[in-house]
Design a binder for this molecule. Structure first.
Ligand SMILES: Nc1ncnc2c1ncn2[C@@H]1O[C@H](COP(=O)(O)OP(=O)(O)O)[C@@H](O)[C@H]1O
Ligand SMILES: O=C(CO)[C@@H](O)[C@H](O)COP(=O)(O)O
Length: 465
């Protein structure tokens, strides 16, 4: 049976899985870390990819596909050289540019109508405005704008190609109408060259880096959330919640809900359908920060959080440690509220950091429900899904059964499935059995924790950072 590989170049690391093309059986995998920061030179991703491929990881692989963190802006000059490090999805310095662009098109509803989403500072279009305003010399040299997965794919194929899923996060691409060069002009002052949008199962010839990947075919690739959807194949009623650097909640739908409030991004998926998605900036790193403060390893942190009573005796965290995208508070900081002489224990602190982060995701799930997306159960993935504390507390806060599929790098698996689809040349992706071996977590919902979280948020005035 031929082998295929999926590459996930996400915020914190590059992960690669090699699978059987026919049924998705995992054969081997590798990963390499990325440095911290909200601005990264693409060469760094290439170094991590090369490191993960060491020892012939891709040597007998027939087709590969690259999925990557969405939205990052990579600008190339006329010789296809990277002009400056990429501003990532979690870089909030284009907040002012975002406000300006929303107003210039006539308000949020006009954006939702034009491209399916109201831009947040994550979106590429806002970073283009920031570049034009702040670094005119770099802007002057820019000829092409790419996303992270486009750039990595180009290293193998030599051509600038993207897919509708990742393109739908730029802010200048409409899943129904294609590119909107007028919006690039509006943001940047002139047009830029953009990658061709490949069909979902298209394959491209590999032209470069035979040393890393001797096989012939490269699939179109996609954004990391779109690849995760391809891996777990959410059915009607399933909401995928991913706890990575970002927290995301999304569903696969035939039609996209148009949300002029900007809470729900109207992304396209990697198959020809849609992926309405809510994204927070603060997810796995929230408990990580508390764990570092407490000097605990992960298992010990989880034990502490589960020793505390639900509600952490009133300790409430608003988890906006990195600013926030949903709700739209790019300059916000985190708040720990309700501290008393009795409740500031390591157990309560651990629990409050888990609960606060999950309350943000519960709001995200509710937003999808409020816009008509059926919400019956949660499929929990991402690095944070490995935490016993988060798995246990999630059904209490998300107030639905939580299924945790077997421990896999689902973004990389989805990319591998896209590679298998391109290799097969079939109408539909091959059946890989999606969420095999899922563990089901159920618990009585604890709405009072969310009510206190909402009341705390309503009581806080968010100062600038
Ligand atoms: N066992 C675990 N318990 C809690 N968090 C974990 C565990 N394993 C990994 N993580 C967290 O998962 C995060 C990485 O998740 P991942 O989905 O790979 O992120 P990204 O896609 O943003 O690079 C890290 O912040 C790490 O702390
Ligand atoms: O911006 C979004 C979604 O719109 C993020 O979900 C990024 O795509 C980064 O994902 P992770 O690396 O955190 O998984």
């Amino acid at each position: 049976m031929p082998l295929v590989a999926g590459i996930d170049s996400s915020t914190q690391s590059t992960k690669i899985v090699v699978c059987h093309a026919g049924d998705g059986t995992l054969v081997r995998q590798a990963q390499a870390p990325h440095p911290d920061g909200t601005e990264i030179h693409p060469d760094t991703w290439w170094q991590a990819l090369t490191q993960a491929c060491a020892g012939g990881l891709l040597e007998d692989v027939a087709a590969i596909s690259v999925a990557a963190q969405q939205h990052g802006m990579i600008v190339l000059d006329e010789d296809d050289r990277v002009i400056r490090p990429s501003l990532l999805w979690n870089d909030t310095r284009s907040a002012q540019a975002t406000e300006e662009l929303i107003a210039e098109l006539g308000g949020p509803a006009m954006w939702a109508e034009a491209v399916g989403s109201v831009p947040a500072p994550s979106f590429t279009v806002t970073k283009l405005r920031w570049l034009a305003d702040t670094e005119p010399e770099h802007a002057r040299r820019a000829q092409t704008v790419l996303l992270p997965h486009d750039w990595i794919t180009k290293q193998f194929t030599g051509v600038a190609v993207t897919d509708r899923g990742d393109a739908s996060g730029t802010g200048y691409y409409s899943a129904s109408e294609g590119y909107r060069p007028d919006l690039i002009r509006m943001a940047f002052g002139r047009e830029l060259s953009v990658p061709r949008v490949a069909a979902p199962s298209e394959s491209l010839p590999r032209r470069h880096h035979r040393d890393l990947f001797p096989g012939d075919l490269v699939a179109a690739g996609t954004g990391d959330n779109m690849a995760a959807a391809l891996a777990v194949d959410p059915q009607p009623g399933d909401i995928v919640v991913s706890i990575g650097t970002s927290g995301t909640a999304f569903a696969a739908t035939g039609a996209v809900p148009s949300d002029p409030s900007g809470t729900i991004a109207g992304f396209a998926d990697a198959t020809g359908q849609y992926l309405p998605l809510v994204c927070t900036l603060n997810a796995a790193r929230v408990p990580e920060v508390a764990s570092a403060l407490l000097g605990t390893r992960r298992a010990e942190f989880d034990r502490l959080a589960l020793q505390a009573k639900p509600g952490a005796q009133g300790l409430t965290l608003l988890p906006y440690l990195a600013g926030e995208r949903t709700p739209n508070l790019p300059q916000a900081t985190g708040h720990l509220a309700g501290v008393t002489t009795d409740n500031l224990t390591p157990q309560n602190l651990a629990r409050a950091f888990c609960e606060g982060m999950l309350c943000g995701l519960a709001d995200a799930v509710d937003a999808l429900g409020d816009h008509g997306v059926p919400v019956e159960r949660i499929l929990l993935i991402g690095g944070g899904a490995r935490s016993v504390a988060l798995r246990t507390i999630a059904p209490q806060i998300l107030q639905r059964p939580v299924l945790v599929p077997e421990d896999r790098e689902y973004v990389a698996v989805g990319a591998a499935r896209q590679a298998a689809w391109a290799l097969a040349g079939s109408d539909r992706p091959p059946d890989w059995g999606s969420i095999r071996g899922a563990e089901v977590h159920e618990a009585d919902p604890l709405p009072h924790i969310r009510e206190r979280y909402a009341a705390t948020r309503a009581s806080v005035t968010f100062a600038n950072r």
